[in-house]
Design a protein around this ligand. Structure first.
Ligand code: ZN
Length: 495
């Protein structure tokens, strides 16, 4: 093998080790760490970020990339080798623009803001969080200033999560969703009592039931974990070290859907080709593609009738007190219940995107300065009324509900709605190639679906841009029509 390539791969492997160590510290911070550890943990994470960033953005990496130009050109575009050089060059050019001190300041500010946000959310005290929000916004403005080639400042933030996707492209998709989804929600909103809610669901039984579901999806005890946390997430420390987190509610089974969601993220990371391990390609293409998989497993699989034909009898046996008087059809209606609610992560499929669009618009206005952080809570509540017809009772149920802005992840939210849109595009393709999926789900079989997704998407890791990846799977660009078709058809059978 080419000596420069071997050298590059070894250096990237070491940087990858630092980043995964950082991921472990972040996982620990949210799952195990006592609150007192947060100050020192912020320093530890900032140190790892700084070392990784300095090592990666060095002249030496640049010289190796220069030496590898013909090596890359001689190899197929989709080969591991050419892809590693191509993607690394793009990453490197971007990283070079950001001073290591700014990078470390951004990660330190986020780590320090997270516990303050958690306390502010707990007590519904937006004023407590406000100075940290201001600081995170200011740091993002300084970050944007490091770049000069963009149409809109927000493009820079979006590109970190969805490479090559512009604000204008996202806006066009969202405008279409807004036009069609607001009336769809109004027409499909359910009244009356939702079956199987506010009943006792003992926590340990929930956990056991969830593991049964996840194991059929592909969770393996030798390489996965599932732990409780405040805000569910999935983290991969290695292709065979997948950490899922979830939260449980004693009166309903919303936690199961959070777990299926995170499992979709885990399956993607677990499905990446082992040949890409310890490289920057050993993860999903983008957040939008990633979210397409969490939403696919949570909604297109986990809220389908065929899924529940298999699992509902088992669920009723597990929770006889809660579900003894509930029929399959009622349960199916319950898990697909459309009702505007204040919390994004608990939103149904029809209202979910509207929560995201609200955040996407506010982020741009905050960055542009047309919305003052101090007015945010008030504006949030007014928009909720516009889009969803409800007003949160307090900031805990409103502007303070998500951790993203505390974590500095501005630009991230839009990928959730892009994920919904992409999940339906991929699903239409799957349905045309695997016509008897429903029959398999009714038997509790999900292997053929998982294998199809691994072959077409997961194994490629981060070799391609989101646009290239989508083009390879569905043969075209992002398109909201399949999602609107899916939603329209499903809601028509339910109301
Ligand atoms: Zn997700």
């Amino acid at each position: 093998m080419d000596a420069a390539y071997a050298d590059l791969k070894e250096r990237l492997g070491e940087i990858h080790d630092l980043q995964k160590t950082r991921a472990l510290l972040a996982w620990d911070q949210q799952v195990l760490m006592p609150p007192g550890g947060s100050g020192v943990r912020a320093e530890q994470i900032a140190t790892l970020d700084r070392i990784a960033h300095t090592t990666f953005s060095s002249d030496e990496i640049g010289r190796l990339l220069d030496r590898l130009e013909s090596f890359e050109a001689d190899r197929p575009y989709d080969s591991d080798e050419a892809s590693l050089v191509r993607v690394t060059r793009l990453d490197w050019e971007k990283a070079r623009r950001v001073p290591a001190e700014l990078r470390a300041e951004m990660s330190r500010a986020s780590s320090l803001a997270l516990p303050v946000w958690a306390a502010a959310r707990q007590t519904s005290n937006f004023a407590l969080f406000l100075p940290l929000l201001r600081e995170n916004l200011e740091l993002r403005r300084r970050y944007i200033d490091c770049f000069d080639t963009y149409d809109e400042p927000y493009d820079v933030l979006l590109d970190d999560y969805e490479r090559g996707t512009t604000t204008a492209e996202v806006r066009a998709v969202f405008e279409r969703l807004k036009v069609d989804q607001v009336p769809l929600v109004a027409g499909a909103t359910r009244e009356g009592e939702r079956p199987g809610r506010d009943r006792p669901f003992p926590l340990e039984a929930q956990r056991q039931f969830e593991l049964q579901v996840l194991e059929r999806f592909g969770f393996e005890r030798a390489s996965w974990r599932l732990d409780p946390t405040v805000h569910p997430f999935a983290s991969s420390l290695g292709t065979d070290d997948i950490r899922l987190t979830t939260r449980y509610h004693e009166q309903n089974l919303d936690g199961l859907f959070a777990s299926m969601h995170e499992c979709g993220h885990g399956l993607y990371e677990h499905g990446v080709s082992r040949s890409l391990e310890r490289t920057p390609l050993a993860r999903g293409t983008s957040l939008g593609l990633h979210e397409s998989q969490s939403r696919l497993w949570e909604n297109l699989v986990g809220r389908s009738l065929s899924f529940w034909r298999f699992f509902f009898p088992r669920l009723r046996d597990t929770f006889p007190e809660a579900l003894g008087d509930v029929e399959l059809e009622d349960w199916y209606a319950s898990v697909n219940w459309v009702q505007p609610s204040p919390i994004r992560v608990e939103a149904d499929e029809a209202t979910y995107n509207l929560h995201v669009i609200l955040r996407f618009e506010l982020e741009q206005e905050l960055l542009a300065g047309s919305v003052e952080p101090a007015e945010l809570s008030e504006i949030w509540n007014a928009r909720m009324l516009d889009y969803l017809g409800i007003e949160p009772a307090n900031d805990r149920l409103g502007v303070l509900q998500d951790m993203h802005w505390a974590g500095g992840h501005i630009g991230y939210f839009s990928t959730y709605a892009l994920g919904n849109v992409i999940s339906a595009q991929i699903w239409e393709r799957i349905a045309s190639e695997l016509p008897d999926l429903d029959a398999q789900f009714e038997q509790g079989e999900f292997g053929e679906l998982r294998d199809w997704l691994t072959e077409r998407l997961y194994r490629h890791g981060r070799k391609f841009t989101p646009k290239e990846m989508l083009e390879r799977i569905v043969g075209g660009p992002i398109d909201p029509d399949p999602y609107l078709r899916y939603l329209g058809t499903k809601l028509a059978t339910l109301t």
